[in-house]
Design a protein around this ligand. Structure first.
Ligand SMILES: Cc1cc2nc3c(=O)[nH]c(=O)nc-3n(C[C@H](O)[C@H](O)[C@H](O)COP(=O)(O)OP(=O)(O)OC[C@H]3O[C@@H](n4cnc5c(N)ncnc54)[C@H](O)[C@@H]3O)c2cc1C
Length: 404
């Protein structure tokens, strides 16, 4: 076995972050991605201070913050436009030690891949776990170009993870969360607008600015699984949100129906017994897919990646860190599970609770929710922010590296 070879299955946010973190630790990393290229979906991704601190560990936090727009100014509104709760970026930064930022997913993927050696990422390379290995035997992964033996396999293969199914065949897998989402990235509306998330009966809409002058808008609504608009998804959005406050109608008027992304929401309501087996570690959505209601799925994948690299340790020939104690998978990966499973299980549950409140559809419940949100926020602007206590204030187990 090549002692320091790590194979990462999946080049999403989690897999790429893990690849960078392991590469910096001297591991020889191969990322296998089944898609033909790395063009991520046309959508934004919000990164809270917890994920930014994880990116600081691998020297990429400043680049991300430079290319992202600060979030936090705005708040929650009702569909008619009434403000229910206000938030501001300074308060968010003060509470969590840094700002919330939003960037295009393609920008994040570019930043991560540029920190990897040429040839580390192989696209068009669907991978299958053949053997998870153990302390004495390497793991084996099948690829279109033959089998690879590895000292470590990182399964970052997303919510439908085949690796998870192979390691934990008795686990029920993801369940439908009862709602679907839409996402678009479009030029900013001509009339000024305040960033917002607006909650209606069984549906929500958010509009946030990107640094390049465009905006990222997302919507969620209760819906049966597998539904599709009879005409097109822009027409569906117009039916659901066309009479909501500015800037929603203006955005919908500008959207190309072909650019609207629609995805049903699934989550792993039953936690896995562990995030590892043999020499394989699961991370990101493969380990703990959650509802997007806290915007933490990708953030947690990034946390996983740096915590995993920390427990796995540097490869013995790491140029900067010198000789390290041997990697004992059973010990290192059990420590990874112990660190990550309780935290992410709690966040999956919190995301589900928040999602359920967001999707309340009965009129009296919606009215009560609006009254409560607006009454509580009158006692302090921190209502929305308080929901992120214990999440956005997370600190990684290692000190930040100097920025790349
Ligand atoms: C509407 C919406 C909004 C969201 N907003 C946010 C947000 O603001 N902030 C946030 O942090 N999170 C957000 N999320 C969640 C976030 O998108 C996910 O949690 C995150 O993308 C998970 O990253 P990942 O790397 O684990 O998996 P993925 O991004 O799903 O990547 C998995 C990769 O593995 C590849 N793959 C799968 N099987 C194989 C195989 N056999 N061989 C090789 N490759 C394979 C796939 O092609 C894919 O590229 C949102 C989600 C939704 C639906």
């Amino acid at each position: 076995m090549e002692q320091h070879r790590a194979v990462v299955v999946g080049a999403g946010v989690g897999g790429l972050t893990a690849a960078v973190a392991l590469h910096l630790g001297g591991w020889q990393v191969t990322v296998l991605e089944r898609a033909a290229d790395l063009a991520p979906v046309g959508a934004g991704i919000g990164l809270a201070p917890n994920a930014q601190r994880a990116l600081d560990v691998i020297g990429l936090g400043d680049r991300v913050r430079d290319l992202a727009a600060w979030q936090g100014d705005g708040g929650m509104r009702a569909p008619g436009g009434r403000w229910l709760a206000r938030t501001d970026a300074q308060a968010a930064a003060a509470r969590f030690g840094g700002p919330l930022v939003l960037l295009h997913r393609a920008t994040l993927v570019d930043i991560l891949t540029s920190a990897l050696p040429d040839g580390a990422v192989r696209t068009g390379a669907a991978a299958t776990l053949v053997d998870p290995g153990d302390d004495h035997r390497p793991a084996r992964v099948a690829t279109p170009d033959g089998e690879i033996e590895a000292a470590l396999v990182v399964a970052a293969d997303g919510i439908r993870s085949a690796t998870r199914g192979a390691l934990f065949p008795g686990h029920p897998g993801p369940r439908y969360a009862g709602c679907t989402t839409w996402r678009v990235v479009v030029p900013a509306p001509e009339r000024p607008f305040a960033p917002h998330e607006t909650w209606g009966a069984g549906r929500l809409w958010g509009t946030q600015p990107l640094k390049d002058g465009r905006i990222y808008a997302y919507a969620m609504a209760a819906a049966p699984a597998g539904g599709r608009a009879p005409d097109d998804e822009r027409a569906e959005l117009l039916r659901l949100f066309g009479d909501w406050h500015h800037p929603v109608p203006e955005i919908l008027a500008a959207v190309d129906p072909a650019q609207v992304l629609r995805h049903d929401v699934h989550h792993l309501t039953d936690p896995l017994p562990a995030f590892h087996q043999g020499r394989v570690a699961l991370l990101g959505d493969a380990a703990h897919a959650m509802m997007p209601s806290l915007g933490q799925g990708g953030n947690q994948a990034i946390e996983d990646a740096v915590v995993l690299a920390h427990h796995v340790g540097p490869a013995a020939d790491a140029p900067l860190t010198g000789p390290a104690p041997g990697f004992v998978p059973s010990r290192a990966l059990a420590a990874y599970t112990a660190d990550r499973l309780p935290r992410t299980t709690a966040i999956v549950r919190k995301a589900a609770r928040t999602g359920a409140v967001t999707l309340l559809a009965a009129r009296p419940a919606v009215a009560l929710r609006a009254t409560l949100v607006s009454a509580v926020s009158r006692f302090g602007p921190g209502l929305v922010l308080r929901g992120f206590d214990g999440i956005a204030d997370w600190r990684p187990p290692v000190a930040p590296a100097r920025s790349a």
